[in-house]
Design a protein around this ligand. Structure first.
Ligand code: G3P
Ligand code: CA
Length: 258
């Protein structure tokens, strides 16, 4: 079987740098976001949580243990405590001293340069988080027109309903883990009442799912591609975007002859 992805197909595929260019730099750091931008991703994906004292910070896990030199829950630590941590050394000594970024820092550094796919991570742990995210966007006039460069998504669908009410002009996305493999057309149309994207675990993506999502009027950006083969499979399935740790897999894939 020979598989050739045309230039045109490459160009229209939306390339999302998952937690920044996280295959190349420590996830959810300014370095990873900068690298995603330099590699010409269409969007950087960021995971937003809240500290004990109410600061929005960008980190994936609900504890700092894996990606910093500290320990404890994000929500039990103050911003000052989190800011002292090293968020780069776990990945490579080349990144020693990288900090956990704030949400506002990421907005200020990258808005207008690259799209930002904002994931509200575990918002059920952080009451008032949707309002804080909305305030930060409104302060910067980033809520006014939906120019497609900001998307807000979450596995917590109630949180997305709430966020859509606060930010009606912005696109929202429903994240769907593997347990949504048998999502019905009815459920998709309910999501479409407030969401523009249905972004599933890539392992549940089939031709049928892609056409059902399109039928419901939404787009589909599966997560998380970590190999060239996985990206090529998603191209074949005609998804709208690919959330990947390796930006280069979506732009510079080789012609495959098997
Ligand atoms: O953007 C979707 C993807 O990031 C969801 O999974 O665990 O990497 O946040 P996770
Ligand atoms: Ca994420």
């Amino acid at each position: 079987v020979s598989k050739v992805i045309s230039k045109q197909e490459q160009q229209k595929m939306v390339n999302v740098a998952h937690r920044g260019a996280s295959g190349h730099a420590p996830e959810n750091t300014m370095e990873a976001f900068q690298k995603g931008f330099e590699m010409k991703a269409d969007y950087i994906e960021i995971d937003v949580q809240m500290t004990k004292d109410g600061e929005l910070v960008v980190i994936h896990d609900t504890t700092v243990d894996r990606t910093t030199n500290g320990t404890g829950k994000v929500g039990d630590l103050t911003f000052e405590e989190i800011r002292q941590l090293d968020a780069g050394s776990w990945f490579s000594e080349d990144y020693a001293g990288e900090k956990v970024p704030t949400f506002e820092e990421v907005l200020d550094a990258f808005r207008g340069k690259v799209g930002i796919l904002i994931e509200l991570k575990a918002p059920e742990l952080y009451p008032g988080m949707e309002e804080k995210v909305a305030d930060a966007l409104i302060e910067r006039n980033m809520d006014i027109s939906n120019n497609g460069k900001v998307i807000i998504q979450s596995f917590n669908h109630e949180s997305m309903k709430k966020s859509k009410e606060l930010l009606p002009n912005l696109s929202h996305g429903v994240l769907a883990g593997a347990s949504w493999a048998n999502v019905t057309e009815e459920q998709l149309s309910q999501f479409a009442a407030y969401a523009d994207y249905f972004n599933p675990n890539m392992n549940i993506v089939t031709d049928e799912l892609v056409s059902d999502v399109h039928e419901a009027g939404m787009k589909i950006y599966p997560y998380t591609s970590r190999s060239q083969e996985q990206a090529l499979r998603l191209f074949d399935l005609n998804v709208d975007g690919i959330i990947t740790d390796y930006t280069e897999h979506v732009y510079y894939h080789p012609v495959k002859n098997k």
